[in-house]
Design a protein around this ligand. Sequence first.
Ligand code: ATP
Ligand code: MG
Length: 406
Amino acid sequence: MLQSKLFTKILREAPKDEEATNAKLLTRGGFVYKTSAGVYTYLPLGWRVIQKIADIIREEMNAIGGEELQMPALVEKKYWESTGRWSVDIGYEVFGKEEDKPNFVLGWSHEDLLTPIAARNISSYRDLPAAVYQIQTKFRNEPRAKSGLLRGKEFLMKDLYSFHASEKDLLEYYGKVALAYRKIFERCGLKAIYTLAAGGDFTAENTHEFQVVADIGEDTIFVCGKCGYAENKEISKLKSGGKCSQCDGGVEEKKSIEVGNIFPLGTKYSEAFNFKFRDEDGKEKLVVMGSYGIGIGRLMATIVEVYNDKNGIIWPETVAPFKAHLLALGSVDGGKIYQELQKAGVEILYDDRDTNAGEKFAEADLLGIPWRLVVSPKTGDKIEVKKRNEEDAQIVSLSEALKILS
Ligand code: ATP
Ligand code: MG
């Protein structure tokens, strides 16, 4: 991609109406644009990051038997009434200009809509287990929208739902999802702590959250320094400085960001829709369900909160919008190197603009692309290669650069 053609512009100053590091850096770098409080546009650079994250999530969801589908954002009142969730005040009610009462809510979760769909497809033990997921926009009327993309009124979520013949089968699958989540967060460069938590508007059961330690986080967790066991403060009987309930380690209190949440729903939704299957003995039983969410925009913002320095973002390679950023300084033309790298399949952004070296360096640091390549009057026919998170550069030939990058 030629930087001169990039749709977005880099801003010199941080936006005045943003407090959170993620929103400041992502806005300045032209990854996102705030259109309303808590509502963001993903610009081409940001959308590339979102796609990278979504691809990782898809791979891990497919690996545990998830099938991707897409449900509508408009969810009719009758579905929420069946589960008693029409009254949950987190939703945006919607009605046409010609109508006088809302008959829809913009989906803030999709158990209520998916359960009756599943009931049409699942009637026998032979149809179980089953798991489907989507990557879709969710809408929640969040009053406190101060943490940038960590908390939006509109945000991207991956939501997976599973259906089982027994509680035992659900719990086995729940364990598999927890492992898949661990892999997803690791692949995104994050250490996420598996944390016991409350069920909220979803279930009476305890659930598990994946929490990334960060000061900007709105959650507080108690973590054992020895075995890593963790509980959300909201439900915890542990105490900061006290003893862990699982070993003799000490408990520490941390601020954290909830990047994912998994819910053993049990039969709450199958009861609401009378969703049953026939078991091997021909007996009718309620289907047992689980649901599992990851906030994709929040995940991108969390990565930025964890990976940044005073100059900008430092993307982990797995989610970076490009792998390499080529800067041509002075009158030097980097066009040939750009083409060679592209031919070799390296995702590369080429700063071909007519701006000065200082500006190009500063903007490269702000964008945070993992590898910086510089060609200048000083480098001759060689290339200066530097990683965003390292101080020292090396001077290499084009073929050596290709080796490093592939
Ligand atoms: P929170 O407690 O932070 O409000 P939640 O527990 O209500 O979140 P879930 O219903 O568990 O959220 O949603 C699944 C995932 O979606 C969360 O783990 C989080 O990563 C993401 N998420 C939830 N609300 C938002 C939001 N307003 N903006 C961005 N991501 C969100
Ligand atoms: Mg949650």
